[in-house]
Design a protein. Sequence first.
Lengths: 205, 205, 205
Amino acid sequence: MLTYIYLIAITAEAMSGALMAGRRNMDIFGVAVIAFVTALGGGTVRDVLLGNFPISWTQHPHYVYITICAGLFTILIAKHMNHLRRLFLVLDALGLIAFTIIGCNVAMKLGYHPTVIIMAGMITGICGGVLRDLLCNRTPVVFSKEIYAGISLLVAVLYLGLETLGIDHDITLIVAFSVGVTLRLCAIYWKWSLPTFSYTSEEWD
Amino acid sequence: MLTYIYLIAITAEAMSGALMAGRRNMDIFGVAVIAFVTALGGGTVRDVLLGNFPISWTQHPHYVYITICAGLFTILIAKHMNHLRRLFLVLDALGLIAFTIIGCNVAMKLGYHPTVIIMAGMITGICGGVLRDLLCNRTPVVFSKEIYAGISLLVAVLYLGLETLGIDHDITLIVAFSVGVTLRLCAIYWKWSLPTFSYTSEEWD
Amino acid sequence: MLTYIYLIAITAEAMSGALMAGRRNMDIFGVAVIAFVTALGGGTVRDVLLGNFPISWTQHPHYVYITICAGLFTILIAKHMNHLRRLFLVLDALGLIAFTIIGCNVAMKLGYHPTVIIMAGMITGICGGVLRDLLCNRTPVVFSKEIYAGISLLVAVLYLGLETLGIDHDITLIVAFSVGVTLRLCAIYWKWSLPTFSYTSEEWD
């Protein structure tokens, strides 16, 4: 089940990357790169930081093709994307949870400390979007909008906790997805956000 | 032969990086860093992603000195660079092809899938320029200007194809360089570019 | 002794990252990430480039907590930070030297070439700030302000030289810190900076 959700997730992430590339008037190569990086960049950063070589997508080249095709397909259906907004947000929420759980699993198998396991989940969940924003030359949106990373953190802690307690794996997955997707959609609907920190002194560097 | 072209290529890339650093009014340390990153960053990203440690330039420190010296030398001759523009574009084109072929070779020796081999060639060819643009705080030019990455892709596919067919290595190199450099110069001269994707809805993130 | 200075250094770096995040109006998650990246990003880049896995902070999770707590604590005391400016600059200078020496040590133990050892020291010293600036969408300040990287370079060369000469380790540390911190504070006080390179032709890419 996780694999299917993962495929849906990388498709949705690739499409979100392609739309951002379109806002920067990139050419189709740029669209393909941003789609690929948005979808698979989080897992790549995780694998590099954990020393988990070979990196996941190098062993599954069809993931590369899926993300590139999804990115290019987005160009064709861009004018209809507004109608798909709600579906898209649900897929994106599913993706965040799937990425987080997969990231935790990878670090767990490598025997890392629980803190690193939780961070690996969050890195997988959010770094794709951070890289997309860096390549599109803007401050990463994940650092200042509705709760996104916070939900990844919560799901990672929940998942690690249930696994440690020895709960049945399928039940753990169902709980993690239910809680995570529900919270994410609530956060979007009611515009939940974390308190922000504004600092204006110009004296510092 | 490939080694000599590689040395010319990193020199040309380092100089292009130094000019960009000059546009941002960086100090000489910044110029040296951007020169180094532009020239050797592509190979570094490739080695990290392929898990190919130790990274190439750590075993060839003279590459580091060449790029830093080329960067600093550029400061001295900056006012004459416009006269050298054509020579420079040819060297840059040679560099793109050399980087691509070297990148393919590295991934091939490590036994990666053909898709990853081609991507390794492209990453080596274009990531130096992408890192340069990130450090100079602008949207990477490779995603929106004349065909650059597309030529790297074509050369990578061509090279991999000829190698797989068992063509003599020297002939393969000559063909790859001839086709690649010719196409790149044509792309600059006639301003060939890929179709772009523009998307303006503000509703999305 | 180096360990204590290191802990002070990552705290000071995390706080400087948090202030920058505050200038971008980030939420508390963004502040925590920028604090973490500013403090531990330099060592992370060094470990990845040297192939030094597992990465240092994954084996010392309390470093992660220290940087995140320091970042969040900065939000509380932000309005008093101006009064602490001088203390802060001294801590930052101590941090630069500590990071540089630790980076040299890591590369030395792995048997790298002296050039790479010196670069590893500088990467540890400055890459945290570069990543902070990238994530905050601005041109890295280290490339264009008072001498910072230059002092890291000097300390790395000095440290490597004294170690090679077989000087007692404690004396080497004391000399490196004295020279480095003094020079850094002089550079701030008298606004020492490297010559800059300005290039304005728009013809190039």
